[in-house]
Design a binder for this molecule. Structure first.
Ligand code: ADP
Ligand code: GLC
Length: 483
């Protein structure tokens, strides 16, 4: 049994902006099922926990920490969700805010202070937990400094000194880059602030720090692990990643198949499964009613649930919407982010109230209803490290139309490549025309009931559980400890 600590800036169901939360909430559960001891350390986002209805209680411990000229007293809290222990760091002026990382579409100015403090207090808290820690698994830029701090400033803490670190890149596009003036303000180890370390065009780059100092670096799909070694996907770190290629690998994400289960999901109008499909029809009708669309079993219902950011290829969708409305399809979108994209979608939806519905916001329960009600799930991402939307969509009986990139390539079996086992349809060129052509093909499959039910059943039956991937992480941890 290994003692494993996850350090993540969000985890479902406590606080979530995207797929990182899904992973940080569910992979630890899968590792526990393999017999390991798991703790997830996170900032105490007080109002997000309250909103999610999750109670935390003080552990009675606290960490004192200097940061940016102030001594901060950081009480520790604890929450348990289905037996998994979350250790939460309280610092209300930093973490109890409306957004996790910033106001809609933006970032807080003090994010480096917020997350370096988080990393330092997490290390001190682990040292206080007493039991020696085997693996510290750090996620995304918000935990990127931790492996460097551990190697340089925390070696005198016996319980963590020998821990191996794994750094998972969920999205290379967000690197956590900040002005160098923070080096002294936060007491960062400046002897690593050089091009082979975490210096990046004169600034501090947290993701570079994690890549440099961690014992292993992973990304969330094998294809993305290869793509980021190229200038097209490398976000200016492709050369640096190639230098560290010997410790890089890709492990595809799984899903929490208990909370994402259409056979038991309480948020749905009716429940369904691969063998009992009638409930899916009821869910489609309920979604059409909720959105004020014409209630029609035969009309193709397209859905999209996403952060509205460049990554997600919404610019490949928008030029097609009018034509799709002319062809009589329905479209339901749930997403928040870039205000100009939101405005654009609102204005198109206003012209087609009985065919299109756009909800700008983040709404967990509603997302379940959309996944359950839709026929075709759209994911035209320009890049996609893994993607959980398509996994959930397949499990809820949608056929996804995806751009062939990253984890979308690895998890959706393309109809062109394998007609028998297909779970969806791929397109390659990042153009609205290529997306439209793939959608039209999908619609013709939809019009053929035998083909459609085969593809849909393949999708529902896909094993998106964590089982295989959790074992891969466990094997990686053991390899590192054997070195
Ligand atoms: P990313 O992490 O890049 O945003 P993923 O596909 O990995 O993309 O994960 C997105 C997760 O966030 C999924 O669980 C999806 O259902 C959820 N999600 C995205 N936007 C919304 C929203 N507006 N409301 C509710 N859930 C959302
Ligand atoms: C990121 C990626 C997404 C991935 C998620 C969880 O936010 O954009 O593709 O599924 O992290 O790993």
């Amino acid at each position: 049994m290994l003692n494993i600590v996850f350090v993540a800036s969000e985890a479902a169901p406590l606080a979530k902006t995207g797929g990182l939360a899904d992973v940080a909430g569910s992979l630890p559960q899968a590792l526990r099922r393999l017999g390991h001891k798991l703790t997830v350390i996170m900032p105490y986002y007080r109002r997000h926990l309250a909103k999610a209805g999750i109670k935390a209680k003080p552990t009675g411990d606290a960490v004192e920490m200097w940061a940016d000229g102030h001594l901060r007293h950081c009480p520790l809290h604890e929450a348990r969700v289905h037996g998994l222990r979350f250790l939460l760091i309280e610092q209300d002026d930093l973490y109890d805010r409306d957004g996790l990382y910033g106001p809609a579409g933006g970032a807080y100015d003090d994010n480096l202070l917020r997350y370096v403090l988080f990393n330092r207090v997490a290390l001190e808290a682990m040292a206080k937990l007493g039991a020696p820690v085997d693996i510290i698994h750090c996620h995304d830029w918000q935990a990127g400094m931790l492996p460097v701090l551990l190697r340089t400033q925390y070696q005198h803490y016996a319980p963590i000194a020998k821990a191996r670190t794994v750094y998972t890149i969920h999205n290379l596009a967000y690197q956590g880059v900040f002005p160098a003036e923070w080096l002294s303000r936060l007491g960062l180890p400046s002897h690593h602030h050089h091009p082979a370390g975490y210096e990046f065009y004169g600034q501090i780059n947290c993701m570079k720090a994690g890549i440099m100092a961690a014992d292993a670096v992973t990304t969330v799909s094998p294809t993305y692990a290869r793509e980021i070694l190229t200038p097209e996907y490398g976000c200016h770190l492709d050369g640096f990643l190639i230098q560290h290629i010997s410790k890089l690998s890709g492990i595809v994400n799984g899903l929490d198949t208990e909370s994402w289960d259409p056979a038991t999901d309480e948020a749905l109008a009716a429940r369904f499964s691969a063998v009992r499909t009638a409930g899916k029809k009821r869910c489609k009708q309920a979604l059409q009613e909720r959105c004020g669309l014409d209630v029609s079993a035969d009309t193709p219902l397209l859905t999209l649930i996403s952060r509205l950011a460049d990554q997600k290829g919404i610019d490949l969708l928008i030029p097609n919407i009018e034509a799709w409305m002319q062809r009589g399809y329905q479209l339901v979108i749930l997403g928040s982010g870039d205000p100009s994209i939101e405005q654009h979608l609102h204005s198109i939806a206003a012209r087609h109230p009985r065919q299109m519905h756009f909800n700008a916001g983040f709404d967990e329960a509603y997302s379940h209803q959309i996944y359950a009600g839709g026929d075709i799930f759209l994911m035209p991402s320009r890049f996609e490290p893994c993607g959980l939307g398509q996994l959930i969509a397949m499990r809820y009986g949608n056929v996804p139309v995806v751009r062939a990139t990253g984890g979308l390539s690895d998890t959706v079996i393309d109809y062109h490549a394998d007609k028998k086992c297909a779970t969806g349809v791929h397109f390659t060129a990042a153009t609205p025309e290529a997306f439209d052509a793939a959608l039209e093909e999908t619609i013709s499959l939809y019009r053929n009931p035998t083909t459609w039910s085969r593809i849909r059943l393949n999708a529902i039956r896909r094993d998106s559980s964590w089982q295989a991937s959790a074992q891969r992480y466990a094997d990686l941890y053991k390899q590192l400890l054997a070195k």
